[in-house]
Ligand binder design. Sequence first.
Ligand code: FAQ
Length: 321
Amino acid sequence: MASTTSAGDSASDSAFEARIAAGETIEPKDWMPERYRQQLVRMMSQHAHSEIVGMLPEGNWITRAPTLRRKMCLLAKVQDEAGHGLYIYCATETLGIDRSQLIDQLLSGKAKYSSIFNYPTLTWADIGVIGWFVDGAAIVNQTVLAKASYGPYARAMVRICKEENFHKRQGFEIVATLAAGTPAQHTMVQDAVNRWWWPTLMMFGPSDANSPNSAELLRWRVKRFSNDELRQRFVDLTVAQAQAVKLTLPDPKLRYNAETKHWEHGEIDWAEFKQVISGNGPCNRERLAARQAAHDKGAWVRAAAAAYAEKQRRTSAAPAA
Ligand code: FAQ
């Protein structure tokens, strides 16, 4: 478990900052400032919650996948997301917080999860676009987090990114198939692109000028690039992919700047983002209600585990006959 001491221990603080500056990896038993620990618990638990809540919009389509192959891919993808959530919960527990506390924070609304999972999946094309955009954005963000200063988080990201690559490919394949299909299929996938583009850009978080956590996280090398830098990287990668499948990104201001060699995009609707992260997005209530119902249904498992642990404790405490 992580060890911290109260603020003001400047020798420990300086030694910690020197380790970060030298690019060292911080491990659970190493000393760390309490604030570093808290920031990691916040960010990692929100990430874990996102993976788990993120199963809901896609899980909704498993029974309606159009072919057996598509169903198998989607099933595997959704199961992978569960695994990602579990790795990241385990990594967060190394910081001295229990998973049940983290789940309570999610269910009480204290902890956030990614804004993107509060939008509905209206058609099969949404499943393709989620793989392409949402997993594509997650890869851009998480490839960098694989170099984060906290070892357990960074290591979890390595495997997760490998799986996210499969997720993105299966999504892009669905999109490319629909885009080259009948006019009705092309219209359906263009509609999904129109609805998911802006919410995907919001996944990267508020603009740098309005990102209260970034300075600290960048200084401690948890984040290696800012929210806007990663968002830009995603836009630059995705424009060419959209062109390849003849789909239009819904931004009339999108234009290539030959000097900066970047695609400039229009203004993000930050009012919508604020609404979604404050619990008022299209599906926030539905998502939390689904998580709460799953949690309630699992109560017997937790009770059985607690009873078994109690039995083990009694058995090991009893004197040998
Ligand atoms: N949604 O100061 P910053 C995936 C909050 S995984 C909701 O910039 P920070 C895989 C932020 O928490 C997707 N809230 O914060 C998959 C903070 O509030 P707080 C999840 C957001 O931490 C695919 C406040 O705004 N990935 O997709 C969002 O420096 C398909 C101020 O923001 C991760 O979690 C948002 N989009 O930067 C699964 C990656 N953005 O806590 C299933 C790890 C910001 O102070 C299906 N996380 N907020 O109350 C990160 O990289 C960072 O935490 C950011 C936010 C970039 C998300």
